[in-house]
Write a protein that binds this ligand. Structure first.
Ligand code: DUC
Ligand code: ZN
Ligand code: ZN
Length: 475
């Protein structure tokens, strides 16, 4: 008989409410939800009983935006699939969706095979892939169809930023959108006007403005708004193709997204914890080279802008204008990595490490009254699963679903920092000093306990590749 685990006395939370039920797991899946007391009266026995008294039992976190081992900015993101998925587990995350990368001149299917090689046998939680298309040509367009049909990859990320690296022009974007419109897949967009940004970057450098904070000045929120709007218009021209704007940081972009959604277009949005909590003044503009830790794109915004980006993004999450919180986890160490940009901010590898802390940081939004407990579950687990075709295998605690579960202690406390909670492969924490009410208590990945009593009990290779279906908000 398959091993049984019973999670008793907790409050199970879904996007639609809270229930005082026990969760019975058999093998890798959830077998039943039992009314309180039923497991005793039915005499149900289990190999392992987890007492969740006073705790929330929620579907494991799903982070649909990570970059393990990404070659970028002249170096590689410092988390491997092994270290990154282990850190994710420490943070109550049970599935990541990482980005396989095709650059201009490379073959899409070969690039996907490379990503499979990096991940296979190394992950401690489940993983799936999106595909970045950095070189849209006839072959790449045909490969999109192949990936949707055969590989369980149903979303493609394009870049309006990073000319000469990942950039696609409007014509290429339109062609990829038309292809997606035909095969049912979703276009994910990095929406910043990279051509204009490159001009501003060169002008700052020419004036000797080389500190990390100029990274933000050279990428104004107006250019995120403009690109977001342009992407939306192109998606409309391409026949209302599903469009998902990644890592939104700015009110101008959110306004464009909201307008499109109110018009009924198939446009969705995601934001990340750094855009909800960090500011240019308090983080990016720290003295010396410290601000390099917070260089990511889009950049951290100013608290003195005419828009209150933080407040608008939280509101967007409440209103479902923003459907998902991911991390854009793309960690780099200071030593030998961020340091590449000493004396020239444009050479600082772009990215921060957050895969371990998203559940903690967004739960703090519940504590602060920005979102409800149910919305926390929805934006961090259920909606990511539905958006990217993994529901109800993932994203919900229900009979038949994978037993991916986070037991969350609302009375615990979490202090983030290199000498506190920190398991990512970085020589600093992007979230040093942040204190959160609540704490990861126990984490199960397909029935296997991977974190318990402040210990990692998972194993490398337990994580399986998940083939995904199409966006479930439309199908
Ligand atoms: N932004 C980042 O900050 N890092 C990785 C890629 C991206 O778009
Ligand atoms: Zn991006
Ligand atoms: Zn990214």
């Amino acid at each position: 008989m398959m091993a049984r685990t019973l999670i008793k006395n907790g409050t199970v939370v879904s996007p639609t409410g809270r229930h005082e039920v026990d969760v019975l797991i058999e093998g890798e899946t959830i077998l039943a939800l039992l009314e309180r007391g039923k497991s005793d009266s039915l005499n149900i026995t289990a190999d392992k009983v987890i007492d969740a008294t006073g705790k929330f039992v929620v579907p494991g976190g799903i982070d649909v935006h990570t970059h393990m081992e990404l070659p970028f900015g002249g170096t590689n993101a410092s988390d491997t699939f092994e270290t990154g998925t282990t850190a994710a587990a420490w943070g109550g995350v049970t599935t990541i969706v990482d980005f396989a990368v095709q650059r201009y001149g490379e073959n899409v299917q070969e690039s996907l095979a490379t990503w499979h090689k990096k991940a296979a046998g190394n992950c401690s939680i489940d993983y799936a892939f999106h595909q970045i298309i950095g070189g849209i040509d006839e072959q790449a367009l045909a490969d999109m169809d192949y990936l949707v049909k055969n590989e369980g990859i149903t979303s493609f990320k394009l870049f309006m930023a990073y000319p000469g690296v990942f950039y696609s022009d409007d014509g290429q974007i339109l062609r990829a959108m038309q292809q997606a419109s035909n095969n049912g897949s979703t276009i994910m967009m990095h929406a910043e006007n990279g051509i204009a940004i490159d001009v501003l970057v060169q002008q700052h450098i020419a004036r000797g403005e080389t500190d990390p904070k100029y990274h933000s000045y050279s990428r104004p929120s107006l250019l995120e708004g403009e690109a977001t709007n342009r992407a939306i218009v192109l998606s409309k021209v391409a026949g209302n193709v599903p469009l998902y704007i990644v890592h939104m940081s700015a009110s101008e972009a959110l306004n464009a997204l909201s307008e499109a959604r109110h018009e009924g277009l198939n446009v969705f949005g995601e934001t990340c914890p750094q855009y909800l909590y960090m500011t240019l003044e308090d983080h990016l503009a720290q003295p010396g080279f410290e601000g390099a830790k917070y260089v990511c794109s889009p950049p951290i915004r100013s608290k003195h802008d005419k828009h209150n980006h933080h407040a608008d993004l939280w509101k967007g999450l409440r209103m479902n204008e923003l459907a998902v919180v991911s991390t854009d986890h793309c960690p780099f160490c200071m030593k030998d990595q961020k340091e590449l940009g000493i004396g020239n901010f444009s050479k600082i590898p772009n990215g921060m490490g957050s895969v371990e802390h998203r559940m903690e940081l967004i739960y703090q939004g519940v504590v602060q009254g920005e979102i409800t407990l149910e919305r926390w579950v929805e934006t961090c687990s259920t909606s990511p699963a539905r958006m990217f075709g993994m529901y109800p295998q993932k994203g919900i605690i229900a009979p038949g679903s994978d037993a991916d579960i986070l037991v969350w202690d609302p009375n615990g406390k979490t202090k983030i920092g290199v000498n506190d909670k920190h398991h990512m492969n970085m020589d600093h924490s992007s979230w040093e000093g942040f204190k959160v009410d609540g704490k990861v208590d126990t984490v199960l990945s397909r029935g296997k306990v991977v974190v318990e009593k402040d210990k990692f009990t998972g194993t490398k290779g337990h994580g399986k590749y998940i083939k995904r279906g199409l966006c479930q908000y439309l199908n």
